[in-house]
Design a protein around this ligand. Structure first.
Ligand code: NAP
Length: 259
């Protein structure tokens, strides 16, 4: 059964791999055998790439700012223009893990924050899905696409209107793309993290009242860790493990949504 989770020979394009959940997911895919292309805003942070190479896997960094539509639209065409130089000669898995948060009451929410969150968390995800999906369809590749959603793909939250809109959108396009591409053997799924101890939540964890309120609602009685995503992402990245799973948003939240 372990071979069902073997990703040897699969090249994965990953956003958000410098730290937090995306880094743990990239490492898990590499530990399962995948080679990795990291999309980073710059090449300064080489820690994930070096850790992947230390496992004996291939890793490359391509630079793009996901908050800039022009920068995002060139990522995949640039890679496809030099396919033979990519590990395993192609892209087989796409993991969209990058994301940002901006907090402010809805009636005072800044337009520039709205625009940045929607571009980074949703429009860039759709652009990467569309361009990679187009390539998979043209080359009859049974790709696996994994987006990172949120509990705010289902709930409204407070003071996070742009983030909530973006993550509802991520869950929506996950279903829409699955409907169009599952018949061609492409799996399209999302993972929705609960409350995870990363830089994104540093302020929430420091706030004693909010921290206590959050912990009281989590049946597992702890914040999630980036490592909690290693198994779920490998499962969804493997056609043999999850080939009949598509259009799904897998909630990984210590039981929060079941309350
Ligand atoms: N933490 C949670 O509780 C939680 C809950 C639900 C969903 N999520 C989602 O899970 C994903 C990862 O979250 P996290 O908590 O691990 O966040 P994090 O630690 O803040 O990491 C965010 C990642 O996104 C990258 N990124 C942000 N803006 C970018 C840009 N303009 N261009 C390129 N890369 C950019 C960051 O790169 P740099 O290092 O260059 O900044 C970093 O790799 C996000 O999609 C988030 O919305 C998190």
């Amino acid at each position: 059964m372990t071979s069902a989770f073997d990703l040897t020979g699969k090249t994965t394009l990953v956003t958000g791999g410098t730290r937090g959940i995306g880094k743990a997911m990239a490492m898990a895919l590499a530990e399962a055998g995948a080679d990795i292309i990291l999309v980073q805003r710059d090449g300064l942070n080489t820690s994930t790439c070096e850790a992947i190479q230390a496992l004996g896997r291939q890793c490359a960094i391509v630079t793009a700012d996901l908050s800039d539509a022009a920068s995002v639209s060139s990522i995949v065409p640039d890679l496809l223009s030099r396919l033979s130089s990519l590990p395993n000669g192609g892209i087989h898995i796409l993991l969209n893990a990058a994301g940002i948060q901006r907090r402010r009451a809805a009636h005072e929410f800044l337009q520039e924050d709205w625009d940045e969150v929607l571009q980074t968390n949703l429009s860039s995800v759709f652009t990467l899905c569309r361009t990679v999906g187009n390539y998979w369809l043209a080359h009859k590749i049974h790709g696996r696409l994994i987006n990172v959603a949120s509990l705010l793909s289902f709930q409204g939250g407070f003071s996070v209107a742009a983030y909530t809109a973006s993550k509802h959108g991520v869950a929506g396009i996950t279903k829409a793309l699955s409907n169009e591409w599952a018949g061609s053997g492409i799996g399209v799924n999302a993972i929705a993290p609960g409350y995870i101890a990363t830089d994104m939540n540093a302020e929430l964890q420091k706030d004693e009242v909010r921290n206590r309120q959050i912990l009281e609602r989590i049946p597992a009685q702890r914040w999630g860790k980036p490592e909690d995503f290693k198994g779920p992402v490998v499962f969804l990245a493997s056609e043999r493990a999850s080939g009949y799973v598509t259009g799904e948003t897998l909630v990984v939240d210590g039981g929060w949504m079941a309350r």
